[in-house]
Design a protein around this ligand. Structure first.
Ligand code: PLP
Length: 241
């Protein structure tokens, strides 16, 4: 256990993590899904690298970051050996001037929502690995809201085709955030339908990244394979840097 003036932070994280794992297990059972079929991505954005160290000690393998700068700084803070034991998920809105770097730093990119990002991610990734796992982010707002990130559902097929045919990128599936003010179950059902359409053309695109602290149960009921959970594990975020 680590003590560094924050009390028993490891114990606090262990308790919260166990509760989230139990919620996931219960939702898997309720949906008749295989136990362990949902991957927990713990979203550590705005929390320190020390929390990632504690989470790794608690068995966390998948960590999500929103910003390129935090991804870069925390990877460096952990050092190459520990950083390589974590699968780093980039979940935030991608800026074109950071996309090449994110392609290099992340193992999975959830937020591909613009064809112009695709060659940049591929260029960054090809410097360091054979293949970068990518998800196309879908805007589930009705009507689509260009301010909120995610591709318009009408553009998802072509964007998925582009990712799938770009050397160095692997199309793994779709990602979305539930719209504000709508039943998340209804939105995630639309995502699952879009996922079926993409998978008919690209059989390897089996992942659905959906569900956060407040709505992981309806996401799992709709077939989420990856949930992205921050607050329910780490508590409320410190003021963003
Ligand atoms: C912050 C964030 C999450 C985690 O949200 P919580 O409500 O803290 O669980 C998940 N997905 C994305 C895209 C995020 O930006």
């Amino acid at each position: 256990m680590t003590t560094d003036g924050r009390g028993d932070r490891t114990g606090e994280l262990a308790t919260a993590l166990a509760a989230v794992r139990e919620r996931i297990a219960r939702a898997e059972r309720a949906a008749g899904r295989r136990p362990g079929s949902v991957t927990l991505v713990v979203v550590t954005k705005d929390h320190p690298a020390d929390d990632i160290r504690r989470l790794v000690d608690l068995g966390v393998t998948d960590v999500g970051e929103s910003r390129q700068q935090q991804l870069r700084d925390k990877r460096a803070d952990l050092g190459p050996e520990l950083a390589s034991r974590v699968r780093w998920h980039a979940i935030g809105r991608l800026q074109r001037n950071k996309a090449r770097s994110v392609g290099e730093l992340a193992d999975v990119v959830h937020s591909v929502d613009d064809p112009r990002l695709v060659p940049l991610l591929a260029a960054g990734s090809s410097a360091v690995r054979d293949r970068l796992d990518c998800l196309v982010q879908v805007d589930l707002d009705l009507p689509p809201d260009p301010e909120r990130g995610g591709a318009d559902p009408a553009g998802v097929g072509p964007l998925a085709d582009l990712v799938a045919t770009t050397p160095g990128l692997a199309l793994r599936g779709l990602m979305a955030v539930a719209p504000l003010g709508e039943d998340p179950g209804a939105a995630f059902a639309r995502l699952a339908g879009l996922g079926d359409g993409v998978r008919a053309r690209h059989p390897g695109a089996t992942w659905l990244s959906a569900g956060m602290s407040g709505d992981l149960e309806p996401a799992i009921a709709c077939g989420a394979t990856h949930v992205r959970v921050g607050t329910a594990v780490l508590g409320s975020r410190p003021v963003a840097r």
